[in-house]
Design a protein around this ligand. Sequence first.
Ligand code: MG
Length: 293
Amino acid sequence: MIHLTATRPDFLDLFPKGATLTRLAEGFTWAEGPVYHPQRDAVIFSDVRQNRTWRWSRADGLQEEINPSHHQNGHTLDAGGRLVACSHGQRALVRQEENGAWTILAETFEGRRLSSPNDVTLHPDGSLWFTDPTYGLDQPEEGYGGEREQPGNHVYRLAPDGTLTAPIRDRLMPNGLAFAAPGVLLVADTHDDEGHIYRYRVSVDGTVTPEGLWATIRPGVPDGFGVDDSGRVWTSAGDGVHVLSQGGEELGRVLVPETVSNLCFGGPDGTELFMTASSSLYHIPTRARGLRL
Ligand code: MG
């Protein structure tokens, strides 16, 4: 099977000659939320619906990480390299400490509980930005149920001093998010499976100005995405991964035989692309490198 389709011819230069898609592991129900952990040289990811997390490394293959995971979804590393997770079950943003214990970083805003944090990303100022749609409340297999308490589904900013604000309140189902630059945040809205990614200007004080629709992904939705060090956006889609220029134009696609939910760059030099896709974890080597702001 041909796994790369170029919309623009130079798309193929983003991959080593003969690069192939590999299925690293399978047997999941809804794989999501991958992050590469450099100290462990491993990818940690969620099976939201099986209520556990997994890790995969070249040395040890697939290993169970946490069971039960309280339906963890998206992950990132904080400024200190600690694992941060979105917990549907705890309705919270949580962090794993050196001794393995989990600390709740945010669970209420203005006196009301969060819904089900979905995905999280780190800003270079040390703040953690996360989305809070209601999937973990609405979908019985993705959380412990409950009612939404917030008036809307916001995007939150957790400042390094612990202050929680909600700079983005104009989205319906905010989902994946990533910084394309310190002042540019991209946020997917998967409401009604519309597949939209919106762009926001972010000021140094953490306030935000909407800049409108940035891209529409078809088929499927941009559930989660990442940015490479040339500013290209690599986003999940129904047929694999779509790679977009800084301006939002499609450059090409990595075709994957299952719906991709999310992805991360990893490996020792940051050039390997790991994709969570329904029942499997996939990998393809690239010549791009994950952006480190
Ligand atoms: Mg998501």
